[in-house]
Design a protein around this ligand. Structure first.
Ligand SMILES: [Zn+2]
Length: 296
């Protein structure tokens, strides 16, 4: 009994280390905030690898993490559709909440009737927008924790340089694939910003949110498109069940044509923590390599 008591009180002491407590939602945002904040802040990401943010519901543990946070960074534009209510409740507590995608210029966003926000929320697939996320995170952290502002700004500068190098590298790689082969067919419409920024025609089977299932008609229509355009490969996503894309492949095969499954792309979540694909930059390179190798 006594031992348990000591353990508990020790735990509490180490927890309150005076560092700014930041809670993030998706793995992309968690990686970004860790890059900017370094070890002078404490970052708690709610979602892990392979987790679908459209369907994610807050657990009791999440709610207490959110209550204890100084700042909450999330994507917004209704990406985290089932967390909206929780965030609204938090608003009444005067907590700093930052929906990063909602700080972008909405005139440049892709419209969508499927989201309550009226915009496609998958903005992180345009590296220019992710750079703006980095700037926003840096300014919010600096305002809240001015003693560490210099650290945040230095980290941001280094990270922005890496993002710029990433964009140059992937643009050069994509330029080697002939334009007529740049057709990206995936399980759900997560890649519209990627297509717009890096010159791919993008078609998703399931619509913009995984919350709506693909119908038989969608599968038939898309299988004809694949045959017509001679698309070589289609892609599954790490955070969406494989069966939707397998049904599409089966429909193409049943018409006497062929299409392969080109591999699994990271769409709404990064890979496992501690791996290359567990970072935004590693994920982006992995996706582009997978797409180019399969469509070439
Ligand atoms: Zn999505």
């Amino acid at each position: 009994m006594v031992i348990a008591f000591i353990v508990l009180s020790c735990k509490n002491e180490t927890k309150d280390n005076g560092k700014l407590k930041v809670v993030t939602t998706t793995t992309m945002i968690t990686d970004l905030v860790k890059n900017i904040g370094g070890d002078v802040i404490e970052v708690n990401g709610l979602m892990g690898a392979g987790v679908d943010p459209h369907l994610y519901k807050a657990s009791e543990g999440d709610v207490s993490k959110l209550h204890g946070a100084d700042i909450i960074f999330y994507n917004g534009l209704h990406l985290e559709g089932k967390l909206v209510e929780v965030f609204e409740k938090m608003e009444r507590q005067n907590k700093t909440q930052v929906p990063l995608a909602e700080s972008l210029d909405e005139n440049t966003l892709i419209g969508s009737e499927y989201f309550a926000s009226n915009y496609d929320p998958h903005v992180w697939f345009d590296i220019q927008y992710f750079k703006q996320f980095a700037e926003k995170v840096t300014s919010v952290l600096s305002e809240t924790d001015p003693l560490n502002a210099e650290t945040f700004q230095r980290n941001n500068q280094m990270y922005i340089e890496k993002l710029e190098a990433l964009e140059m590298e992937i643009k050069a790689a994509i330029a080697t694939l002939p334009k007529e082969k740049r057709i990206l067919v995936t399980a759900h419409d997560a890649f519209n910003y990627f297509g717009k920024a890096y010159d791919f025609e993008v078609v998703g089977l399931q619509g913009l949110s995984t919350a709506t299932e693909a119908g038989v008609q969608d599968v038939q229509r898309l299988s004809e498109f694949i045959i017509d355009k001679e698309v070589k490969a289609i892609f599954v996503e790490s955070s969406v069940p494989r069966r939707t894309i397998e049904a599409l492949q089966a429909a193409v095969l049943s018409k006497g044509a062929a299409v392969t499954i080109g591999g699994s792309l990271y769409s709404d979540a990064l890979g496992n923590e501690g791996t290359e694909e567990g970072t935004y930059i590693g994920m982006f390179k992995y996706n582009v390599n997978t797409i180019l190798n399969s469509l070439r």
